[in-house]
Design a binder for this molecule. Structure first.
Ligand code: NDP
Length: 335
């Protein structure tokens, strides 16, 4: 058995001291439990929030507990009818190579899946987030302009490709020339602007000549600042995430923009709505899968994955996701 426990709460970016590598005996399943071996572990920005002891939609990981995380795992021992050794499941196995689960905590995956790890990305939580946030809150209409940042990540890449299918003018924001090229040439976005460039705000404005109707919010910070004044009347802003703040120990000082933002919300009748994917939309997951699976299988929706080998790499790899040093959905492949 190997795993990563949370040993210290971070202030800013997580350091090595925040995690402890533990080894020992494999857990033994009680009657009614499954013993699972992790094949893939998903790394996601929300994990940073779970390391803090602050009020949120989900409780923090207690110190001394294994870090949380979605996994694609294989059943190695079953005490439950309907599950057999060798079955693939989507589970919340966490940052460890073996875990226990009750049958109601896992979703069985088809044996024939060409890419089991996609259940952690395009066909799992991030893809579902993109789909529901865009269709239910963004409500895209042909001819409208949509902006999405973290444009090559699993959420942003899916939002932009879906919005193109709805006939939108799609503008991505990403970190660096290579990611921007990918968004345009592979994902089919109309434009993608590098947020590291000095004239970012002007460049964003120049590719949104008719203003912005949908801003799919993934990052906050300077992207939000650049987008907000350009939102059109009756714009919609699905507030999905704000990754640029996740490593901030304190809120930044500076002029409080709340009065300006609230006034604009009223004057332009902008809809700004947050959502937590499974809390709000769990009932839609099977509909989502029946729409998205064929698109992914026949290549109509492109999906980029970055597979990192070895559970020992998880802490460093999570920091890379939060810094933007990932390119595509990051999963850890356990050996
Ligand atoms: P990504 O794999 O896209 O990783 C995060 C990306 O954010 C980085 O790669 C980086 O991309 C970008 N980024 C980081 N810091 C900054 C910054 N300061 N300014 C601009 N961009 C930055 O993540 P996901 O696709 O998995 O998730 C995207 C967002 O969706 C996150 O905020 C996440 O928390 C949220 N989310 C919300 C859910 C919900 O239920 N509400 C569910 C799932 C995800 P780049 O280098 O291109 O800038």
């Amino acid at each position: 058995y190997q795993g990563w426990q949370l040993s210290q709460r971070p202030s800013g970016e997580p350091t090595e001291q925040c995690f402890t590598w533990v080894t020992g005996e494999c857990p033994t399943p009680k009657q009614g439990e499954l013993l699972l071996r992790t094949e893939y572990l998903s790394l996601d920005p929300y994990m940073r929030g779970r390391m803090d002891d602050s009020e949120s939609y989900a409780p923090p990981v207690p110190l001394g507990d294994v870090m949380v995380g979605g996994t694609v795992s294989q059943v190695v021992h079953s005490t439950v009818a309907g599950f057999e050794e060798g079955d693939w499941v989507l589970s919340q196995g966490g940052w460890q190579n073996y875990s226990l689960a009750k049958p109601e905590e896992v979703v069985k995956l088809d044996h024939a899946l060409a890419h089991p790890s996609y259940a952690l990305g395009i066909l799992g939580m991030p893809g579902f987030t993109a789909y529901m946030g865009l269709t239910d809150i963004g409500k895209p209409q042909a001819g409208e302009t949509l902006v999405v940042a973290a444009a090559t990540g699993p959420v942003g890449a899916t939002v932009g490709q879906l919005a193109k299918r709805f006939g939108c003018h799609v503008v991505g924001v990403a970190g660096g020339a290579e990611k921007c090229r990918h968004a345009v040439e592979v994902l089919g976005f109309d434009h993608c602007i590098d947020h590291h460039t000095e004239d970012f705000e002007q460049r964003l404005a120049s590719v949104c000549p008719k203003g912005i109707d949908i801003y799919f919010e993934n990052v906050g910070g300077k992207v939000f600042d650049a987008v907000f004044p350009r939102l059109n009347p009756r714009a919609r802003v699905p507030v999905c995430g704000a990754v640029s703040y996740y490593n901030h120990a304190e809120l930044a000082d500076g002029p409080d923009k709340t009065p300006y933002i609230l006034t604009q919300l009223i004057k332009k009748r902008i809809l700004l709505q947050g959502f937590i994917i499974f809390a709000d939309y769990a009932d839609h997951y099977s509909d989502f899968l029946s729409v998205m699976t064929p698109w992914v299988e026949n290549g109509e929706i492109h999906y980029r994955e970055q597979v990192i080998k070895g559970l020992d790499q998880a802490p460093a790899a999570l920091n890379k996701v939060l810094r933007g040093e990932n390119f595509g959905k990051v999963v850890i492949k356990l050996s």
